[in-house]
Design a protein around this ligand. Structure first.
Ligand SMILES: Cc1cc2nc3c(=O)[nH]c(=O)nc-3n(C[C@H](O)[C@H](O)[C@H](O)COP(=O)(O)OP(=O)(O)OC[C@H]3O[C@@H](n4cnc5c(N)ncnc54)[C@H](O)[C@@H]3O)c2cc1C
Length: 390
């Protein structure tokens, strides 16, 4: 009889886990607390390490027509507009890494994963919240809000950055706020003046802030996200006027100011992270494996949170495929998953933090950064250790 897994959360990590588990021939029951499956209207960059996995699952061919393949990454100084460095993406990234570098609308990635999981036979339900779990017995047990109890061989914990289930399993408190705030917007490309359009990924580095822009939806929309150091206020994913971002942009170059002014409605999102994963035990406990932001929330300054969630699911698939419940039992298989993943996830978390310090440098540090980027050229921006995958 096939083994089975309960998945807590229907975000990118949970859906990827469902696709992965079905590919390993496990039965899947996924529980999403929200009344329907959905993702926020914003963009994501997906490195070749992530698109390679999507390709292996057959998801990439559905996603690619909806995505954008930027020809290049351009890093600029936000004060004077100068280009500091660039990296060829497009065909060049495809050749270097055997998989594309894409920019996508989150909803498109989410929808293609949802379709793949459903087509593969996963049982997917919304409006069901897992309230508590036990993972140290003969089966993993989950108590649903409202009282029903479900059991399976394993539990995949993918309930996001504010994971309550992590609190029960790892018990290290909520993910702290970084003090950084993201302002996100999506603009129809056709309504933008020509000078604000563009086909590349641009990252503009300014004192205590930075801004990233790139096309999504086959080039029909421009995703803009500005990060500033400041107070987040209560809650998350607010509609926001963007006054703080506009104030932060006041001293920036004209092109950036025009871009910020072109946005009418921003969505505001306080950035939370955790210290880099310290040990395998943070990613697996008994019959539970943690994936995605529940396992390793990170600052989005390496654009890899969703990428790591997809890699996690791939790694889970590999151990599920060899776990027969007897010679290799479920806790041993999940421990192996965690051992395979934790150091890479920690490295990506560390690098994401470091990028924030470099991106937001001011004064002398900013000048040193700009000189180093001019001297370092493309190799400074290319990340073979990351894009070649696990
Ligand atoms: C501004 C910004 C830009 C980013 N850019 C990039 C990028 O370019 N590239 C990239 O790879 N990553 C990026 N990221 C990171 C990426 O968005 C996240 O890492 C990723 O979406 C995490 O997915 P997840 O499924 O782990 O969590 P979530 O998307 O938070 O999903 C968790 C799900 O679990 C559900 N849930 C919670 N509790 C329960 C429960 N008890 N029972 C059932 N369901 C539950 C929630 O409703 C939710 O649907 C960015 C993040 C931000 C904030």
């Amino acid at each position: 009889m096939a083994q089975d897994v309960l998945v807590a959360g229907g975000g990118i990590a949970g859906l990827a886990a469902a696709v992965a588990a079905r590919a390993a021939n496990w039965e899947v029951r996924l529980f999403e607390q929200a009344p329907e499956f959905s993702e926020v209207g914003a963009g994501l960059q997906l490195g070749p390490n992530a698109t390679r996995v999507l390709g292996a699952w057959g998801v990439l061919e559905q996603l690619q027509p909806l995505a954008w393949q930027p020809p290049r990454l351009s890093v600029r100084d936000a004060l004077d507009g100068r280009e500091l460095g660039s990296l060829a993406l497009g065909d060049s990234a495809q050749q270097r890494y055997g998989a594309p570098y894409l920019t996508v609308h989150r909803a498109d990635l989410h929808a293609t994963l949802l379709q793949a999981a459903s087509r593969a036979g996963a049982w997917l339900r919304t409006g069901l919240r897992i309230a508590s779990v036990r993972v140290d017995g003969e089966l993993a047990q989950a108590q649903l809000e409202g009282g029903a109890q479900v059991e399976a061989d394993a539990l995949a914990v993918a309930d996001g950055v504010w994971s309550r289930l992590r609190e029960q399993l790892v018990g290290d408190g909520p993910a702290p706020a970084t003090g950084h705030v993201a302002y996100r917007a999506l603009l129809p490309m056709a309504r933008l003046p020509a000078r604000l359009r563009g086909d590349e990924v641009q990252a503009w580095l300014g004192p205590h802030m930075h801004l990233v822009r790139y096309p999504v939806r086959a080039g029909e929309a421009l995703n803009v996200v500005g990060f500033i150091e400041g107070r987040a206020g209560a809650g998350w994913d607010h509609a926001a006027q963007g006054d703080a971002l506009r104030a932060a942009a006041a001293g920036l170059c004209g092109e950036l100011q025009a871009l910020v002014e072109a946005v009418e409605v921003w969505r505001m999102w306080p950035v939370h992270d955790r210290d880099p994963v310290r040990a395998a035990g943070e990613m697996a406990r008994g019959r539970a494996a943690l994936l995605g932001d529940a396992a390793h929330p990170m600052r989005p300054y390496l654009a890899q949170g969703a990428g790591m969630a997809i890699e996690d699911a791939w790694a889970l698939q590999q151990v599920m495929a060899v776990c027969d419940g007897r010679v290799i039992d479920v806790p041993t298989a999940l421990q192996r998953y965690a051992l395979n993943r934790w150091q890479r996830c920690a490295r990506v978390q560390r690098r994401s933090r470091r990028n924030g310090w470099i991106f937001h440098a001011d004064g002398l540090l900013r000048r040193a950064r700009n000189l180093a980027m001019a001297a370092g050229g493309e190799p400074l921006l290319d990340l073979p250790w990351l894009y070649h995958g696990t």
